[in-house]
Design a protein around this ligand. Sequence first.
Ligand SMILES: Nc1ncnc2c1ncn2[C@@H]1O[C@H](COP(=O)(O)OP(=O)(O)O)[C@@H](O)[C@H]1O
Ligand SMILES: [Mg+2]
Length: 246
Amino acid sequence: MSILKVNDIKKSYGAIRAVDGVSFAVEPGEILGVIGPNGSGKTTLFNSILGQIKPDSGRVEFEGVDISGKSPLELSRLGVGRTFQNLQVFGKLSLRDNLIVAAQEFHGSFWGRMFAPSDNGLGARADEMIELFRLGHVADLPAGSLSYGQQKLVDIAMAFMPAPRLVLLDEPCAGVNPSLVDGLRDLLVQLNQRQGGSFVVIEHNMDFVMKLCHRIVCMVEGRVLAVGRPEEIQSNRAVLEAYLGN
Ligand SMILES: Nc1ncnc2c1ncn2[C@@H]1O[C@H](COP(=O)(O)OP(=O)(O)O)[C@@H](O)[C@H]1O
Ligand SMILES: [Mg+2]
């Protein structure tokens, strides 16, 4: 069974058809890339899948269950996580506390938390992520004092704290120093192999996308122009024209 099924999503803003009938599926363990020129509807598609906005029509299934219209918090409890194009870290909290807070929200009701063991093992989980992301030397500093690239890693680590089975990442490389991009890719590959989840990744850095993703969806003007393996997308004439014409 597919982890995620997106069926005929449409979302317009006035006369602009931001997403105009997009369908695709994501398989267990798969890393799916979503590329396309600026304004092609990638973020609107993500927000529609994740309940941040309500699409005009279409259906989204997670592990065979209809999740259309579910809130981001409900989705996070089901096992769907996300990172944002813009950072969402709490600047005054330490890096480590950011990770713990990100997972606490996930840990159910107030009463559930009251009767659960003190930190639900979240401290240990946070330390595991800190080690994997190699952020030990800055773990106790306020997140707001870290470099943009480090904060970006914190943002990604936060999304992975509850061990989600599906994670949607919106431009993980944006603003990250080019020298750190290969490391970020290795990290995502490790997370994918260790935790076995599926990822959907929007990204403009073609080298990163082509090396990371198993399969790629190319969007243009709200529609799917092409789907295929990285080498197929790289040599697809329509895809090349969409980028050159932009
Ligand atoms: N909240 C909004 N109000 C009006 N237009 C929007 C809004 N969000 C996105 N759009 C428009 O929808 C189109 C797709 O945008 P977006 O999904 O952000 O594309 P991408 O992420 O691929 O750059 C663009 O033309 C954009 O201007
Ligand atoms: Mg976008």
